[in-house]
Design a protein around this ligand. Structure first.
Ligand code: BG6
Ligand code: MG
Length: 217
């Protein structure tokens, strides 16, 4: 049995919820009277909801009271949840089911390490809630990525050491968090943003059982 363990980010790795986050933030920006582009959205990936709003408001050069910010956070999440409610297993990203099955068959443990407070609901919607040995999400951490907290808790729950963990991430902040935890990283997405990752893959289709086999041997 391999000593290696895997930690998967959720949004943009297991499911393509990044597009729903973007849509909800973009609509909020529109309401506040400014444009929010896909390129600017890269800054929000992997970042907590609260921090995301701060970044968005900075882009729009808008200052608000805590009360107004709390209202917008609620509004953003409510819109986001309307998209989540409709999700099915069809929205699991290509290649992910095969990799999870491969890990299971080879007795390699894997956890979820996500910044989202909606992680449990999303996993339930797509039928993956019971697949993971451990789930660590935005409700379990006090420090957001790039802080390593989420991945260190995941390693502990997997009863392994950081040096044996391989993190799969689509966010710059997530790759940084993996390295801050002393873990190996696989970046999913445009290498222009994710060049700090130990391995770069364009998309989850490139994350094959063959590649996993190479990494663990
Ligand atoms: C991360 C996403 O996984 O979760 C971020 O990449 C998001 O875009 C963060 O802001 C928090 O998600 P949620 O579901 O708690 O608003
Ligand atoms: Mg992500």
């Amino acid at each position: 049995m391999s000593k290696k363990a895997f930690i998967f980010d959720l949004d943009g790795v297991i499911v393509d919820t990044a597009k729903y986050h973007f849509l909800a933030w973009k609509n909020l920006a529109g309401e506040l009277g400014f444009e929010f582009t896909e390129k600017q959205n890269e800054q929000l990936k992997g970042v907590s909801r609260v921090r995301s709003l701060d970044i968005l408001l900075k882009i729009g050069k808008i200052e608000l009271s805590q009360e107004e910010k709390d209202r917008l956070l609620l509004q953003k999440n409510e819109e986001y949840l309307t998209y989540i409610e409709k999700m099915t297993s069809d929205e699991i990203l290509p290649g992910i089911p095969a990799v999870l099955d491969f890990l299971e068959k080879n007795n390699i443990v894997f956890a979820l390490g996500s910044a989202s407070k909606n992680a449990g609901l999303i996993l339930e919607k797509v039928g993956l809630l019971n697949k993971f040995t451990a789930i660590v999400d935005g409700n379990d951490v006090s420090k957001a990525k790039p802080d390593p907290e989420v991945f260190l808790i995941a390693a502990k729950k997997l009863k392994t050491e950081p040096k044996y963990c391989i993190v799969i991430e689509d966010a710059v902040a997530g790759i940084e968090a993996a390295h801050n935890a002393g873990m190996f990283s696989i970046g999913i997405g445009d290498p222009v943003h994710l060049n700090a990752a130990d391995i770069n893959l364009r998309n989850t289709k490139e994350l094959t059982p063959d590649l996993i086999q190479k990494i663990i041997t």
